[in-house]
Design a protein around this ligand. Structure first.
Ligand code: HEC
Length: 170
Protein backbone atom coordinates (compact mmCIF):
# COMPACT_ATOMS: atom_id res chain seq x y z
CA UNK A 1 0.00 0.00 0.00
CA UNK A 2 2.72 2.37 1.02
CA UNK A 3 4.71 1.48 -2.07
CA UNK A 4 1.75 2.29 -4.32
CA UNK A 5 1.14 5.51 -2.52
CA UNK A 6 4.75 6.59 -2.97
CA UNK A 7 4.82 5.78 -6.64
CA UNK A 8 1.59 7.75 -7.20
CA UNK A 9 3.15 10.73 -5.44
CA UNK A 10 6.27 10.38 -7.59
CA UNK A 11 4.20 10.29 -10.76
CA UNK A 12 2.28 13.33 -9.62
CA UNK A 13 5.51 15.16 -8.86
CA UNK A 14 6.90 14.33 -12.29
CA UNK A 15 3.75 15.59 -13.94
CA UNK A 16 3.88 18.73 -11.85
CA UNK A 17 7.52 19.40 -12.82
CA UNK A 18 6.66 18.83 -16.47
CA UNK A 19 4.06 21.56 -16.21
CA UNK A 20 6.64 23.81 -14.59
CA UNK A 21 9.15 23.20 -17.38
CA UNK A 22 6.43 23.84 -19.90
CA UNK A 23 5.62 27.13 -18.19
CA UNK A 24 9.26 28.20 -18.14
CA UNK A 25 9.95 27.45 -21.77
CA UNK A 26 6.56 28.32 -23.21
CA UNK A 27 5.08 31.01 -20.99
CA UNK A 28 1.39 30.98 -21.78
CA UNK A 29 0.82 34.59 -20.83
CA UNK A 30 3.25 35.83 -23.46
CA UNK A 31 1.73 33.65 -26.10
CA UNK A 32 -1.62 35.14 -25.24
CA UNK A 33 -0.21 38.67 -25.57
CA UNK A 34 1.31 37.95 -28.95
CA UNK A 35 -2.04 36.75 -30.18
CA UNK A 36 -3.94 39.71 -28.85
CA UNK A 37 -1.48 42.20 -30.38
CA UNK A 38 -1.65 40.58 -33.79
CA UNK A 39 -5.42 40.39 -33.66
CA UNK A 40 -5.70 44.08 -32.82
CA UNK A 41 -3.38 44.88 -35.75
CA UNK A 42 -5.71 42.84 -37.92
CA UNK A 43 -8.65 44.81 -36.63
CA UNK A 44 -6.95 48.11 -37.49
CA UNK A 45 -6.12 46.77 -40.95
CA UNK A 46 -9.74 45.81 -41.41
CA UNK A 47 -10.92 49.27 -40.43
CA UNK A 48 -8.49 50.86 -42.88
CA UNK A 49 -9.66 48.55 -45.61
CA UNK A 50 -13.23 49.62 -45.12
CA UNK A 51 -12.43 53.31 -45.49
CA UNK A 52 -10.00 54.71 -48.07
CA UNK A 53 -7.26 56.79 -46.49
CA UNK A 54 -8.42 60.11 -47.91
CA UNK A 55 -11.88 59.54 -46.45
CA UNK A 56 -10.36 58.80 -43.08
CA UNK A 57 -8.40 62.01 -43.26
CA UNK A 58 -11.40 64.01 -44.37
CA UNK A 59 -13.28 62.93 -41.30
CA UNK A 60 -10.41 63.87 -39.06
CA UNK A 61 -9.47 67.28 -40.45
CA UNK A 62 -11.17 70.25 -38.92
CA UNK A 63 -10.83 72.83 -41.67
CA UNK A 64 -12.02 75.77 -39.60
CA UNK A 65 -9.25 75.19 -37.08
CA UNK A 66 -6.69 74.44 -39.75
CA UNK A 67 -6.86 78.00 -41.10
CA UNK A 68 -6.56 79.80 -37.77
CA UNK A 69 -2.78 80.03 -38.12
CA UNK A 70 -2.68 80.32 -41.92
CA UNK A 71 0.09 82.60 -43.14
CA UNK A 72 -0.89 84.71 -46.17
CA UNK A 73 2.66 85.91 -46.96
CA UNK A 74 4.08 82.39 -46.94
CA UNK A 75 1.21 81.33 -49.19
CA UNK A 76 2.00 84.13 -51.62
CA UNK A 77 5.59 82.87 -51.88
CA UNK A 78 4.43 79.31 -52.55
CA UNK A 79 2.08 80.59 -55.26
CA UNK A 80 5.17 81.47 -57.31
CA UNK A 81 5.36 77.73 -58.04
CA UNK A 82 1.94 77.98 -59.68
CA UNK A 83 2.55 81.25 -61.50
CA UNK A 84 4.69 79.61 -64.19
CA UNK A 85 1.60 77.81 -65.47
CA UNK A 86 -1.29 79.85 -64.04
CA UNK A 87 -2.16 83.51 -64.32
CA UNK A 88 -3.00 84.73 -60.81
CA UNK A 89 -4.15 88.20 -61.86
CA UNK A 90 -7.58 89.53 -62.65
CA UNK A 91 -6.57 89.67 -66.31
CA UNK A 92 -7.20 85.90 -66.38
CA UNK A 93 -4.78 85.01 -69.15
CA UNK A 94 -4.56 81.47 -70.39
CA UNK A 95 -1.11 80.03 -69.79
CA UNK A 96 -0.12 76.35 -69.65
CA UNK A 97 -3.01 76.06 -67.21
CA UNK A 98 -6.27 78.00 -66.72
CA UNK A 99 -6.26 81.29 -64.75
CA UNK A 100 -6.73 80.97 -60.99
CA UNK A 101 -8.46 84.28 -60.30
CA UNK A 102 -11.34 83.65 -57.82
CA UNK A 103 -10.69 79.90 -57.97
CA UNK A 104 -11.74 79.20 -54.35
CA UNK A 105 -15.40 78.23 -54.38
CA UNK A 106 -15.55 78.17 -58.18
CA UNK A 107 -16.92 75.24 -60.16
CA UNK A 108 -14.11 73.19 -61.72
CA UNK A 109 -13.24 73.31 -65.44
CA UNK A 110 -15.28 76.45 -66.07
CA UNK A 111 -12.78 78.50 -68.07
CA UNK A 112 -14.24 78.70 -71.57
CA UNK A 113 -11.00 79.39 -73.38
CA UNK A 114 -9.06 76.57 -71.81
CA UNK A 115 -8.93 73.03 -73.15
CA UNK A 116 -9.26 70.91 -70.01
CA UNK A 117 -8.41 67.21 -69.87
CA UNK A 118 -11.35 64.79 -69.92
CA UNK A 119 -10.50 63.88 -66.31
CA UNK A 120 -10.87 67.42 -65.05
CA UNK A 121 -14.02 67.93 -67.14
CA UNK A 122 -15.51 64.86 -65.46
CA UNK A 123 -14.46 65.96 -62.00
CA UNK A 124 -17.53 68.24 -61.82
CA UNK A 125 -16.94 69.57 -58.32
CA UNK A 126 -16.53 72.93 -56.71
CA UNK A 127 -13.01 74.08 -55.80
CA UNK A 128 -13.86 74.22 -52.13
CA UNK A 129 -11.07 74.62 -49.59
CA UNK A 130 -11.33 70.89 -48.88
CA UNK A 131 -11.06 69.82 -52.53
CA UNK A 132 -8.16 72.18 -53.18
CA UNK A 133 -6.42 70.90 -50.05
CA UNK A 134 -6.50 67.30 -51.26
CA UNK A 135 -5.93 68.11 -54.95
CA UNK A 136 -2.82 70.17 -54.25
CA UNK A 137 -1.25 67.46 -52.11
CA UNK A 138 -0.88 65.25 -55.17
CA UNK A 139 -2.87 66.37 -58.23
CA UNK A 140 -2.38 63.17 -60.20
CA UNK A 141 -3.55 61.01 -57.33
CA UNK A 142 -6.61 63.13 -56.67
CA UNK A 143 -7.69 63.46 -60.30
CA UNK A 144 -6.03 60.68 -62.23
CA UNK A 145 -5.43 61.70 -65.82
CA UNK A 146 -5.17 65.42 -65.13
CA UNK A 147 -2.73 67.25 -67.37
CA UNK A 148 -1.50 69.39 -64.52
CA UNK A 149 2.07 68.15 -64.20
CA UNK A 150 2.91 69.20 -60.69
CA UNK A 151 4.35 67.03 -57.94
CA UNK A 152 2.17 68.57 -55.26
CA UNK A 153 2.73 70.12 -51.87
CA UNK A 154 3.35 67.39 -49.31
CA UNK A 155 3.22 69.65 -46.27
CA UNK A 156 -0.26 70.38 -44.99
CA UNK A 157 0.94 73.76 -43.71
CA UNK A 158 2.13 74.80 -47.19
CA UNK A 159 -1.23 73.95 -48.70
CA UNK A 160 -3.11 75.81 -46.00
CA UNK A 161 -0.95 78.93 -46.48
CA UNK A 162 -1.32 78.73 -50.26
CA UNK A 163 -5.10 78.34 -50.11
CA UNK A 164 -5.24 81.30 -47.72
CA UNK A 165 -3.53 83.32 -50.46
CA UNK A 166 -5.73 81.90 -53.24
CA UNK A 167 -8.78 83.03 -51.25
CA UNK A 168 -7.61 86.62 -51.66
CA UNK A 169 -7.67 86.43 -55.47
CA UNK A 170 -11.06 88.04 -56.00
C1 HEC B 1 3.47 72.73 -64.91
C2 HEC B 1 2.30 73.55 -64.98
C3 HEC B 1 1.43 73.68 -63.74
C4 HEC B 1 1.81 74.02 -62.46
C5 HEC B 1 3.21 74.26 -61.92
C6 HEC B 1 0.58 74.12 -61.70
N1 HEC B 1 -0.49 73.84 -62.49
FE1 HEC B 1 -2.45 73.86 -61.94
N2 HEC B 1 -3.00 73.25 -63.78
C7 HEC B 1 -2.16 73.05 -64.85
C8 HEC B 1 -2.90 72.52 -65.98
C9 HEC B 1 -2.34 72.16 -67.34
C10 HEC B 1 -4.24 72.42 -65.53
C11 HEC B 1 -5.42 71.83 -66.32
C12 HEC B 1 -5.51 70.38 -65.88
C13 HEC B 1 -6.45 69.52 -66.66
O1 HEC B 1 -7.17 70.00 -67.56
O2 HEC B 1 -6.48 68.31 -66.35
C14 HEC B 1 -4.28 72.89 -64.17
C15 HEC B 1 -5.42 72.96 -63.39
C16 HEC B 1 -5.49 73.51 -62.12
C17 HEC B 1 -6.70 73.72 -61.38
C18 HEC B 1 -8.11 73.46 -61.85
C19 HEC B 1 -8.65 74.75 -62.43
C20 HEC B 1 -10.07 74.70 -62.97
O3 HEC B 1 -10.44 75.63 -63.70
O4 HEC B 1 -10.82 73.76 -62.68
C21 HEC B 1 -6.32 74.28 -60.18
C22 HEC B 1 -7.24 74.67 -59.04
C23 HEC B 1 -4.90 74.40 -60.19
N3 HEC B 1 -4.41 73.93 -61.39
C24 HEC B 1 -4.16 74.94 -59.16
C25 HEC B 1 -2.76 75.02 -59.15
C26 HEC B 1 -2.00 75.56 -58.05
C27 HEC B 1 -2.60 76.18 -56.80
C28 HEC B 1 -0.68 75.41 -58.37
C29 HEC B 1 0.51 75.77 -57.55
C30 HEC B 1 0.71 75.07 -56.32
C31 HEC B 1 -0.64 74.79 -59.69
N4 HEC B 1 -1.91 74.57 -60.11
C32 HEC B 1 0.53 74.48 -60.37
C33 HEC B 1 -0.80 73.28 -64.86
C34 HEC B 1 -0.02 73.58 -63.74
Amino acid sequence: MNKYFLSIITVLLIIQSLFLIDDIFFPKKNIKNVYSVSSSVEEIDKKNEEKPLSKNLKNKIDFDNLFINANFEKGKKIAKQCAGCHDLEKSKKIKVGPPLWSIVGKQSALEENFEYSESLKNFKKEWSVENLYFFLENPKNYISGTKMIYKGLKKSEDRVNLIQYLKSLK
